[in-house]
Write a protein that binds this ligand. Structure first.
Ligand code: MIC
Ligand code: SF4
Length: 647
């Protein structure tokens, strides 16, 4: 039978399950990646798994390749980050992973350059892992514990996705770029339009896009809620890998001629114009010209979406010989050491500096609120992928997501400007050979030496929260009721003040849901058990499992919502928190914050595969719940989480 690309890669990695949309499938994982903000937790979990093995001292990762990156917590304002990095480094050395040192770049950019392989599966403890789809990989974001299990050789379980074909025709006009393509897809489909789906790109337009452009699109496919996004692997992919000195990794992958799709979205690249996502959601998309003239205070160029050499060469060409507007602060973070070195070697960096840009290190930086928080009420144009309220570190700043071209032009004019009105577009050449310098990559200890490597824990690393087997009944208070599209940034914020404590759940817990209710942590602590009530697409955004582990620590027993985002639902199950959804969405309206709710006979009902119901003790009403757990998920929940189930 004719297959699309997604089906081909899934079929080649299927360990168990049926390839019917919605049914659970188990996939063999070839590669994993972690970053430091989720990595400390993932390696604590890996260590817990290793402790349960026959010889914990010599246990090694079982994947073809696993890389531990440090790119998020690079502001070392205290000992915490440096200690955590030392811990991750020691785990990498002992367990057989490559360690990418701080300064080497953002995990997704470096992985694309140095490690991604068409046709392979990759999971990463970061939601933008689908960047690898630009090379034709099946690359997915996951919680840290799922990544730890995959490192240990375990399969990765997901619901079999639907596959949506995004058929590209035509060719991008001058000044229009890959970011405008994905912003258009977001405008069409919204931040929940991709839930349960893989976005597979095809059509004649594909060959007009370079690998970094494709990677911009697959990276930000995450904002659709998609399981992942993927491009074919073709001659353009081959040329990119050859230029990276990795031509041997190339294989061709394309969809069969009569491949079937669950849906089709048609995009004519020739018709696109520069686009912008307005505050505070990536799908709040308009044409740049509709907001032209808006004064801009800050421009940030970088992040895993738009920090490739190609992006920054364009930016340098736009800035060359000009001066950043006096009202604008322009900051640029190259995506990797490769990009940074090449900009330096060919003189583009000098053009950027001369124009008045602030150069940041190769890291996530302002994208995750690590510095560069805008002034109060400021307008910040960013080439990033998320503009959630408060994520920049300034609650009332307006963050607008744009292409590097639109960002660079605004940095010069001081107002939002449609770049098509700015004159000749930048012309750049694709390199035929990238500069390769692996000085900041560390190889693991050999198998013989590994036993002698000591794992170094710092005092900021606190034990994982304790879980318990699912009780017979649960009675708890609806401690918080929130609306639609709640992000994991709402549940567990990031930013410079909090990120250093990613391995310290008790400390983090003070900030849980602070943006929605500043008393959340206090209220939870005063209760024995609590529930959170939410709307649709609950838990979208970051893959951080802290958004499950912290509520677990605070005594949240179940999250009851209209619908979930995929990774967060998996993280809740892994943490042993029940993720439940209303069978009738209208029942959401019948619950007030503060109501005492009950899940009667929850354990027995789950064991027997019976439907669950929620009793509201204030009104006596009973609300039926969707109980669509697979037998594996059920067993994990009964055991009190994935660690308890596995070890
Ligand atoms: C993000 O962009 O929100 C992050 C920070 O990269 C997260 C991971 C994290 O919270 O550490 C993500 O996207 O998964
Ligand atoms: Fe880093 Fe931002 Fe990319 Fe997340 S979205 S990995 S914080 S650059």
């Amino acid at each position: 039978m004719a297959k699309n690309i997604t089906e081909k890669i899934i079929a080649a990695h299927l360990v168990a399950g049926e390839m019917t949309p919605g049914a659970e499938i188990q996939l063999k994982i070839d590669q994993t990646l972690t970053q430091d903000a989720t990595g400390t937790m993932a390696y604590l979990e890996l260590e817990a798994l290793c402790a349960g093995m026959a010889d914990p001292e010599t246990a090694r990762v079982k994947t073809e390749l696993s890389v531990a990156y440090v790119d998020h917590n690079t502001l070392q304002t205290g000992f915490e980050n440096a200690d955590d990095h030392r811990f991750i480094r020691s785990c990498a050395k002992k367990r057989g992973l490559i360690f990418s040192r701080p300064g080497n770049g953002i995990c997704h950019q470096v992985h694309l350059e140095r490690f991604g392989v068409p046709g392979k599966t990759l999971i990463g403890s970061d939601s933008h892992t689908p960047t690898g789809g630009g090379l034709g990989m099946l690359a997915m974001g996951a919680g840290g514990l799922d990544v730890a299990v995959a490192m240990g050789g375990g399969a990765y379980c997901i619901p079999m996705p639907k596959v949506i074909l995004v058929r590209l025709s035509g060719k991008l006009s001058p000044w229009v770029s890959a970011k405008d393509v994905i912003l258009e897809v977001l405008r069409l489909l919204s931040v929940k339009g991709g839930v349960g789906c893989v976005m597979e790109y095809g059509g004649e337009g594909v060959k007009t896009l370079s690998v970094p452009e494709r990677a911009t699109i697959t990276n930000m496919g995450t904002e659709l809620g998609a399981t992942t996004s993927i491009f074919p692997s073709d001659n353009t992919t081959r040329a990119f890998l050859e230029a990276q000195g990795r031509g041997g990794d190339w294989i061709e992958i394309s969809a069969d001629e009569n491949a079937q799709y669950d849906d089709v979205v048609n995009i004519n690249l020739s018709e696109l114009v520069p686009m912008v996502a307005l505050p505070h959601m990536p799908d709040n998309v308009k044409k740049v010209r509709e907001i032209a003239g808006l004064p801009v205070n800050q421009v940030c160029i970088g992040s895993c979406t738009n920090s490739s050499l190609e992006d920054l060469l364009k930016v340098a060409a736009i800035l060359k010989g000009k001066r950043v507007h006096e009202n604008v602060s322009l900051a640029i973070s190259p995506g990797s050491m490769q990009v940074f070195s090449m900009l330096a070697e060919n003189g583009a960096l000098a053009d950027i500096i001369a124009a008045g840009a602030r150069i940041l290190e190769c890291a996530c930086g302002p994208c995750i609120g690590m510095g560069l928080s805008p002034a109060s009420g400021a307008v910040s144009l960013r080439t990033f992928n998320r503009n959630f309220e408060g994520r920049s570190g300034t609650a009332d700043a307006g963050v607008y997501l744009v292409s590097p071209e639109t960002a660079a032009v605004a940095a010069l004019t001081g107002v939002v400007t449609c770049p098509t009105t700015f004159g000749d577009p930048p012309k750049i050449e694709q390199p035929t050979a990238f500069l390769r310098n692996d000085n900041l990559l560390e190889l693991p200890a050999s198998e013989e030496d590994a036993a002698g490597v000591e794992i170094v824990y710092g005092s900021n690393i606190k034990p994982l929260p304790v879980t318990e087997a699912l009780p017979a009944n649960i009675k708890a208070t609806a401690v918080l009721k929130v609306g639609d599209n709640i992000t994991t940034d709402h549940i567990m914020p990031a930013g410079a003040k909090i990120l250093p404590y990613r391995s310290n759940i008790p400390f983090l817990s003070q900030y849980c849901f602070a943006q929605c209710d500043e008393n959340f942590a206090k209220n939870c602590k005063a209760l024995e058990a609590s529930f959170v009530i939410g709307g649709t697409n609950y838990g979208q955004g970051s893959s951080r499992e802290h958004a499950a582990l912290v509520p677990l620590y605070l005594g949240v027993k179940a999250v009851i919502v209209k619908s979930f985002a995929r990774i967060h639902k998996a993280n809740l199950i892994n943490a042993g928190i029940l993720p439940l959804s209303f069978a009738n969405e209208g029942d959401y309206d019948k619950i007030n914050q503060g109501d005492v709710l009950e899940l009667p006979y929850v354990r027995k009902r789950l064991e027997n595969g019976e439907a669950l119901e929620l009793l509201n003790t204030r009104t006596g009403e009973k609300y039926p719940l969707v109980t669509d757990f697979t037998p594996r998920q059920r067993d994990i929940l009964l055991a009190g989480g994935l660690l308890a189930y596995t070890v």
